[in-house]
Design a binder for this molecule. Structure first.
Ligand SMILES: Nc1nc2c(ncn2[C@@H]2O[C@H](COP(=O)(O)OP(=O)(O)OP(=O)(O)O)[C@@H](O)[C@H]2O)c(=O)[nH]1
Ligand SMILES: [Mg+2]
Length: 476
């Protein structure tokens, strides 16, 4: 039955314009009673329809939260979803990724120079683990360097790197301004560095939506903020020193000895510097997937997805994964349809940026534990993606030992099959012990930069979530 406040809400002009002419065979009292009943019935009918419409809309709404620690690949997965289900929207956004790619290049160049500085300084202080030079003259003859040759080479390398640094200074000088432009002036407490974005950031960095042919023909990028134009021009002018730095023997040696600590995607951008620094550069899908840009707060992405003949509104909530960001997740928990939890299994040799004592695999397990046991999430379906499988393979192939970082791994073979299974079993155990709702757990190993492989997993995960949603809500 309609309440008075409900009635106000549905009191439409159609209902008001009912026929009020009084027939002759009934009294005025009877007539008005009848009219009142008719109006009341119509209101009830409207309310029922409205409620059915709302129910149907909520049945067609699928809210998926992407959770996991910082750098686990949540935003990358969101982009893969977009690429699979709504690629035209990614095309529309393409120009806004251009300054982000520039920022990734600038950061990679600056970090490379910082690391070289650190190594050279450690060497001056007599650190036995610091860089040891391969002699220039004898590098092809495989003979060991004499102390004099090594010292001479050190001098040459320092001078060469010093010269490159001077040439690259104008580029490095732009990094902070570009980061601030991308972040809309936000800076984070705790000394964390980089660029951060939150909802609506794309409108801040470019007004050239959609990407038009005229824009492609106009290398001046007149609509982008000045700092973006400046970064493009400076990159074009610095392409040779960047290439020289990236192929320099000191850098190659640090890379080989795994002493060059760069963002994981830095090699991709430095390898592609020639293409990126062209005046008509437009980011490719691979560029967009490879960029590192930290999420702040919760970013909602909505796209209609047609599945089995019906259209569903998928809302993906891409959250910031660093510890200081996790409190912002909770308000979204109670009506989430599904959680996709990402755990980067390549991170066994890494520690949290926000807490350098915590191993990143440990943090992922603790976080997954908290998600499984959270009572607000009992109605949400669970999907677990053990991500960065490609990087795990590379690290193991390079000889990095798991047991050095995770002592419980013991003497098990240091190969992908055993290591990946070991991590998988730990996550399964957490789920078995802690899942308050005794849900089934859908799990995949993923390499999120591999478009083809990820797209088939997305189709699979999408199907699973939809099927479970339909079962739960009873939609035929
Ligand atoms: N090699 C490799 N790199 C990946 C994979 N998934 C993501 N990345 C890269 O890892 C970096 C971090 O990924 P993001 O998607 O930004 O991480 P996030 O979880 O959104 O991080 P926050 O927003 O800080 O919480 C990016 O440079 C990605 O390109 C993967 O499976 N393999
Ligand atoms: Mg993110």
């Amino acid at each position: 039955m309609a309440t008075s406040s409900d009635r106000r809400a549905v009191y439409s002009p159609d209902l008001i314009q009912m026929d009020f002419a009084q027939p002759e065979h009934i009294t005025a009292g009877e007539y008005y009673d009848e009219q009142a009943i008719r109006i009341s019935n119509s209101i009830d009918e409207e309310l029922k329809k409205e409620s059915a419409r709302r129910k149907d809309a909520s049945r067609r709404e699928i809210k998926v939260m992407l959770l996991g620690q910082a750098e686990s690949g949540k935003s990358t997965l969101q982009k893969q979803f977009q690429l699979y289900y709504a690629s035209q929207t990614l095309d529309h956004e393409r120009p806004s990724w251009q300054p982000v790619v520039y920022f990734n290049v600038l950061k990679a160049v600056r970090m490379t120079l910082d690391e070289l500085d650190y190594e050279f300084n450690s060497r001056s202080k007599g650190d036995p683990n610091a860089i040891t030079e391969i002699p220039i003259a004898s590098s092809s003859s495989h003979s060991l360097p004499s102390t004099e040759t090594a010292l001479a080479n050190e001098g040459i390398w320092r001078r060469e790197i010093g010269e490159l640094r001077v040439q690259l200074l104008p580029l490095i000088a732009i990094e902070d301004t570009l980061a601030s432009e991308l972040s809309g002036g936000i800076s984070l407490a705790g000394g964390r560095t980089g660029a951060f974005v939150r909802s609506g950031w794309q409108a801040l960095v470019t007004s050239t939506f959609p990407l038009s042919d005229s824009r492609l023909a106009a290398p001046g990028r007149t609509h982008a903020p000045e700092v973006v134009n400046l970064a493009a021009r400076t990159l074009a002018a610095c392409v040779e020193p960047i290439k020289a730095l990236w192929r320099h023997r000191a850098v190659r040696q640090l890379l080989e000895s795994r002493k060059l600590r760069l963002d994981e995607s830095a090699p991709f951008f430095l390898d592609n510097i020639e293409r990126i620094s062209k005046p008509d550069f437009v980011p490719s899908n691979d560029d967009i997937l490879n960029v590192r840009l930290q999420t702040l707060g919760v970013m909602e992405h909505t796209f209609p997805i047609n599945m089995g003949g019906a259209t569903y509104d998928w809302k993906l909530y891409d959250v910031g994964g660093a510890r200081g960001q996790r409190h912002a997740w909770v308000p979204y928990f109670d009506d989430a349809t599904a959680i996709i939890f990402l755990a980067p299994i390549s991170a066994f040799d890494q520690y949290l940026e926000e807490d350098p004592k915590t191993n990143r695999i440990d943090d992922s397990l603790q976080l997954f534990n908290a998600i499984c046991s959270n009572k607000l999430l009992v109605n949400a379906h669970l999907v677990l993606l053990l991500n960065k499988a490609d990087l795990l393979r590379k690290k193991l192939a390079a000889g990095i030992k798991v047991r050095k970082y995770i002592t419980s791994y013991g003497d098990r073979p240091n190969v992908y099959e055993n290591v990946s299974e070991y991590f998988r079993s730990h996550f399964i155990q957490v789920h078995r012990r802690k899942d308050v709702a005794k849900r089934s757990l859908y799990m995949h190993f993923t390499s999120m930069l591999d478009i083809k492989a990820t797209q088939s997993i997305i189709a699979d995960v999408g199907d699973v979530i939809l099927r479970q949603h339909i079962e739960q809500i009873g939609l035929a």
